[in-house]
Design a binder for this molecule. Structure first.
Ligand SMILES: Nc1ncnc2c1ncn2[C@@H]1O[C@H](COP(=O)(O)OP(=O)(O)OP(=O)(O)O)[C@@H](O)[C@H]1O
Length: 283
């Protein structure tokens, strides 16, 4: 229940079998903004510590502005920390790398490229040459069920299809860790549920370690092994979700007592935060 002890997961020189896949230690991030000529410090992260095991799905939730996206961007290497560190497989993160893939809330596809060419783009930047590049892109497009939409441009795809391309693009570079920032937040309920089920299938097939930011408590309980609850830039608690794998669809899992227990526990933690009521759990 409590955050892991820092001493227990300080990355060793040689990674042990049960060593954490991702370790986040004493992570702090201050932004500086200037308002009316006055420089102001915004403490976005105030000492975040937790670790993620290989093949684990960890959801990160909390009120708007508590630092979830900042945390994910630092793990991805898009943002530098003010203090502390992130390690993936024992190696300190010092920028973006192909060991991590990021899926955004809006897929951010290149509008002039087809679905297939968008997936190929990431592979090209990784230095994968043809014909392997094409074959790999086709394989991952099929994994998300979009082989028939391969030649469509983003404006010819639905929101759910675009997110599928975004997921395929992130997976195609074969990252060890998949980072997802509210990937299904902008989708209708039906599409969201089918993509959640697909993500569970993909994780079961690939064994990927996944860190997913979500405001949706049902989604957090359905997908995650553990849920990290954040409050004002720090970890408030870490909830163990007692549901076994493989997991079924949301309607089926909701009927399980473990689901209800975890959902209530999360809501109890979050509902006391004043701004939380607007942002969390109301879906
Ligand atoms: N580039 C930036 N410059 C200045 N302040 C920033 C910047 N990015 C984030 N912040 C601030 O850092 C804090 C954490 O922001 P962050 O986006 O990580 O929160 P969040 O939990 O992901 O929020 P939401 O759920 O609304 O997306 C907020 O106060 C935000 O205003």
């Amino acid at each position: 229940m409590a955050a892991l002890q820092r001493d227990a997961w300080t990355a060793p020189a040689v990674l042990e079998a049960d060593a954490p896949h991702v370790s986040i230690t004493g992570l702090r991030k201050d932004f500086r903004i200037t308002i009316a000529g006055q420089s102001k410090r915004i403490p976005a992260l105030c000492g975040v510590d937790f670790a993620v095991r290989k093949g684990e799905i960890v959801a990160v939730t909390g009120a708007s502005g508590c630092g979830k996206t900042t945390l994910l961007r630092i793990i991805m290497g898009l943002e530098t920390a003010t203090a502390g560190e992130v390690r993936v497989s024992g190696k300190r993160v010092r920028g973006c790398g192909y060991d991590r893939g990021l899926v955004f809330q809006h897929a951010e596809l290149l509008p002039w490229r087809t679905a297939l060419a968008n997936i190929e783009f990431g592979l090209m930047t990784k230095g994968i040459r043809q014909p392997l590049r094409r074959r790999t892109a086709e394989r991952f497009l099929a994994m998300v069920g979009l082989q028939n939409a391969r030649d469509r441009k983003p404006h010819q795809l639905s929101g759910g299809m675009k997110q599928r391309v975004g997921i395929a693009r992130a997976l195609a570079i074969e990252p060890e860790v998949l980072l997802m920032d509210e990937p299904f937040g902008a989708l209708d309920a039906q599409t969201r549920e089918s993509l959640q089920a697909e993500l569970l299938d993909i994780q079961a097939a690939t064994g990927k370690t996944i860190i997913i930011v979500t405001h949706d408590l049902d989604e957090a309980v359905l997908l995650a092994d553990r849920v990290v609850v954040m409050e004002r830039g720090a970890v408030k608690d870490i909830i163990e979700i007692g549901l076994p794998r493989p997991r079924g669809p949301l309607a089926e899992m909701r009927a399980r007592p473990e689901f209800g227990r975890a959902r209530v526990h999360l809501w109890e933690l979050l509902r006391h935060l004043p701004e939380t009521k607007q942002e969390v759990g109301l879906r």
